[in-house]
Write a protein that binds this ligand. Structure first.
Ligand SMILES: NC(=O)c1ccc[n+]([C@@H]2O[C@H](COP(=O)([O-])OP(=O)(O)OC[C@H]3O[C@@H](n4cnc5c(N)ncnc54)[C@H](OP(=O)(O)O)[C@@H]3O)[C@@H](O)[C@H]2O)c1
Length: 303
């Protein structure tokens, strides 16, 4: 099949491209600036907030499926730059969705658990969003833009994505391993509950949603809801780090520019029962992360 993937330099987009290429699909990746990841796919630089450029790129690629992970993902930067956040998380989604409709492609739009307020998580696909903060609100508006211009699209919500290699901005897992390797003291929130999600696993679910042209809302994330301290300690066990470097702290005590959901997390019964790409347990995710990290940081023999 012919796929177009946005944000191909990012954490999730790079994995999606990699898996599609491995499966023998034809892939066009859209990114900003030059191509910054490996992979045998055609790369086209496009600023996604410019609708005419987006439509031209989509028409030229003529994809059967579009997977759209590109987004302004840094939560506090969104809070400080609402115009930029709106352009990247709403205007760009509308442009991509219009392009999908124009060429008859199935759209898989990537969203977040931050559409929920985090008062009573974890949330299933039927739960009513109540976003707080600019990132969350623009991501929720992006979901609506996708549904308006590409009816029948899939909305794939994910959460705290981590992986190696760390394409895109530093991710939670890669940051944590880097700090533990340098023996830096680490403060993690014990009062924020999330669904940590291994990027390769998220990508596999997005690829399946695209290949099977499934629509509707899907929680495409890890299989367990844990607080960040529990995640950090589990990672220490798998990687062999001393967990005493981790000090529990409270998100509620920090004065961050943007609000964050506290009791968040996503329920995975739907993907568990309906997708072949199953959500992973925390231990399985961390084992795969560790294997990828070791393979990525160990120079090849004789090299
Ligand atoms: N990472 C998480 O913890 C997390 C959690 C929940 C949901 N999500 C969702 O998952 C999706 C993928 O996240 P990710 O972790 O892969 O993010 P990422 O690593 O930050 O990648 C996002 C990509 O989008 C590109 N992009 C942003 N604005 C653009 C624009 N105006 N034009 C063209 N490209 C643009 C970025 O380009 P540059 O590289 O040039 O900046 C970047 O490569 C997002 O929709 C995010 O909201 C992520």
């Amino acid at each position: 099949m012919r796929f177009l993937v946005t944000g191909s330099n990012g954490l999730v987009g790079s994995r999606v491209c990699e898996q599609l290429v491995q499966a023998g699909h034809e892939v066009v990746g859209l990114g900003r600036g030059g191509k910054r990841t490996g992979g045998a796919y055609r790369y086209v630089p496009v600023e996604l907030t410019l609708e005419a450029d987006v439509l031209t790129a989509i028409e030229a690629a003529s994809p059967e499926v579009i997977i759209h992970p590109a987004s302004m993902t840094e939560v506090d930067a969104c809070e400080k730059n609402p115009e930029q956040a709106y352009a990247a998380n709403v205007t760009a989604v509308a442009a991509v969705a219009k392009g999908a409709r124009r060429v008859g492609a199935h759209l898989v739009h990537v969203s977040t658990d931050y559409v929920f307020d985090g008062d009573h998580g974890p949330y299933d696909e039927e739960a009513l969003p109540n976003p707080r903060g600019v990132y969350a609100i623009t991501k929720h508006m992006g979901e609506q833009a996708a549904r308006v211009f590409a009816p029948g699209c899939a909305i794939a919500r994910t959460a705290v994505v981590y992986g190696w290699p760390a394409a895109g901005r530093p991710n939670f897992g890669a940051w944590l391993v880097g700090a533990l390797e340098k023996k830096q003291p680490i403060k993690l929130f014990e009062d924020q509950f999330v669904s940590p999600s291994f990027a390769d696993s998220v990508a596999a679910m997005l690829v399946e949603l695209g290949a099977r042209k499934l629509g509707g809302i899907w929680n495409t994330c890890g299989g367990e809801v844990v607080d960040r301290v529990t995640f950090g300690r589990a990672l220490c066990e798998v990687f062999g780090f001393d967990a005493s470097a981790i000090t529990p702290s409270k998100l509620a005590d920090l004065k961050l520019p943007s609000p964050r959901p506290l009791r968040s997390g996503l329920k995975v019964d739907k993907v568990q029962s309906q997708l072949a790409a199953k959500p992973l347990s925390l231990s399985e995710s961390l084992a795969r992360f560790h294997a990828a990290w070791k393979a990525g940081t160990t120079p090849p023999r004789g090299g």
